[in-house]
Design a binder for this molecule. Sequence first.
Ligand SMILES: [Zn+2]
Length: 246
Amino acid sequence: MGRMLDALVKLQNVERQLAEVRSRLRRQNAAVAVQQHRVDECKATLVALQEQVLIKQKNAGAVELELKSRDAEVAKFRTALNTAKTNKEYAAFLTQINTIKADNAKVEDQVLKAMQDVDLVRTQAEQVKSSIAEAEKKLADVQANSAEEVKRLESIMAELTGRRNEAAKDVPADILSIFDRMASAREGDAMALVEVQGKKPPFEYVCGGCYMSLNAEHANALRTRDELRFCDCCGRILYLDFNAKP
Ligand SMILES: [Zn+2]
C-alpha cells in the first residue's frame, strides 16, 4: 500500500476506537438520564396522589359536616318533642326525626366511603414514596458507577486523541479534511477494505463497508496508485490488503 493510504488506514484504526469510546460515553450519560427520568416520573405521580388526598379529604370533610348538621337537626327536633303542645305537633316532630335519621344512614355510609377513599390514596402515595426512595438509590448507584466509567473512558479518549493527532501528521491536509468529513458522518467509519472473492481470476471485488460489488478498476488502480478511490455505493475510501490474495 502507498504511504498516503497506509497513513489513512492507521488513522482510521484510531478513529474507529475513538468512535467506540464516544458511543460508550453517550451510553453512560443515557443510563443516568433514564434513571433520573424514573425518579422524576415517580415524584410527579406522588404530587398527583397528594393532590388527590387533599381533594378526597375535603370531600370527606364536607360529608362529615353534613352528617353533623343532620345530627344537630335531630337534636333540635328532640328538644322540640318535649315542648310539643298537641299530639299532632308531637307526631309531626317525630316524623321529621325519623325521616332525617333514615337519610342519615345513607350519609353515614358516604362518610365511611369517603374516609376509605382517603386511606386508599394515602396508601398509594406511601407506596410511591418507597418507589422514589428505591429509584433514587439506584440513580445514586448508576451515577457513581457512571462517574467512574466516564473518568476511565475520558482518559482512554485523551490517549486516543493523542494517537489520532500523531497519525494525522502523516496525511496531507486536503486528504485529511475529506477523511475527517467522512469519519464524522459515519461514526469513525470512513474507509472500507476491498474484499477479494474467488480462487482464481477473474476475481470479484466487494466493498468491505457496504458489501456491494465493486468495479475491478478500483482494485487494479489501488494496486499501483496511492490515491483516493471511493466505493460507488457507500462512498467510503477504499483500500487493499496487500497481504491477502491478489
Ligand atoms: Zn461501500
